[in-house]
Design a protein around this ligand. Sequence first.
Ligand code: DHB
Length: 368
Amino acid sequence: VQAQESVQVGLVLPMTGPFASTGRQVEAGARLYMQQHGDEVGGRKIELIVKDDGGVADQTKRIAQELVVREGADVLAGFGLTPLAMATAPIATQARVPMIVMAAATSSITEKSPFIVRSSFTLPQAALGIARWAAENGITEAATLVSDYAPGHDAADAFRKVFEEAGGTVIEQAAVPLKDPDFAPYLQRIRDAGPQGLFVFVPSGVGSLLMKQFDERGLDDAGIKLIATGDVTDDDILDQMGDVALGAITAQHYSAAHDSPENKEFVDAFKEANGNSRPNFMAVGGYDGMHLVYEALKATDGETGEALVEAMKGLSWESPRGPVSIDPETRDIVQDIYIREVKEQDGELYNVEFDRIEQVKDPVKADW
Ligand code: DHB
């Protein structure tokens, strides 16, 4: 066991494999926070221990167990995909160690352990925003296409509920395997069904392939409007998508183009520290997750365990994404959900925010 002074934060992320961009972004966000705020808080030194789980749930769980048992980790953090967070929740409960979910976004994750606090978002938060926009902007018939795992189902269910309550109809639903996806046959079926809009969720990093196949299958030419959660037009890959992405309307909690002094400083510092690459919503999850750890340690004077979780409840601050707080009831993040359009700005593609729904709680836990 380490000397009492240092607080060990075990950051478990997919640093290799198909979701390595998530790991890279979350780690870079967490490191930037530490670079800007120093490595001492509440009288204790903060140490970040980064571990690669390769995006495999059994690995995440095993690594988390080792971190708390052998390395005496005081905080578990990261969690790039829902199954990785789900697998680790019992470890947090058993070890009574706070677990900061910085990326995974299925609504029910926070219900799996009272030690979980989330700095990312929930898919229903984002899907609600785009479903309302679609219903209010002339789309009456829509199709949905999502990755076939928990956040995809959360997204499709939330979109359908809100869209249909607003008078729309979902005429076709597709769920595509998460692993090595080929969207083409599903897109063909949707093109044939002829909706006015196609709602999509795929996890961070996968949006480029979706966009390419959307173009190749002629959905753009058929006049089917792409509407999505912001995961699809992820800032990490958006600029390489090309013209097919132009005009896509998405809803989410973070855009690198968010117009605030806090975000401008964040984006500039992130680019400076990361070879000019842009932060995406995963980076903000890592950055704000570290903010939670720092602010809670200040409040507890360096005490960890259950007291640290208690100190996170109700915290509110100005994030690069905008104003946020931790819902003390659910330990989820309450945040503005922005409606954005992909546009060219300063010669690059960005999600340009044009509307927002203020202070959205996870709708699944807030009775919609
Ligand atoms: C999840 C993963 C993502 O990459 C994303 O953009 C949203 C959700 C998840 O597995 O929970």
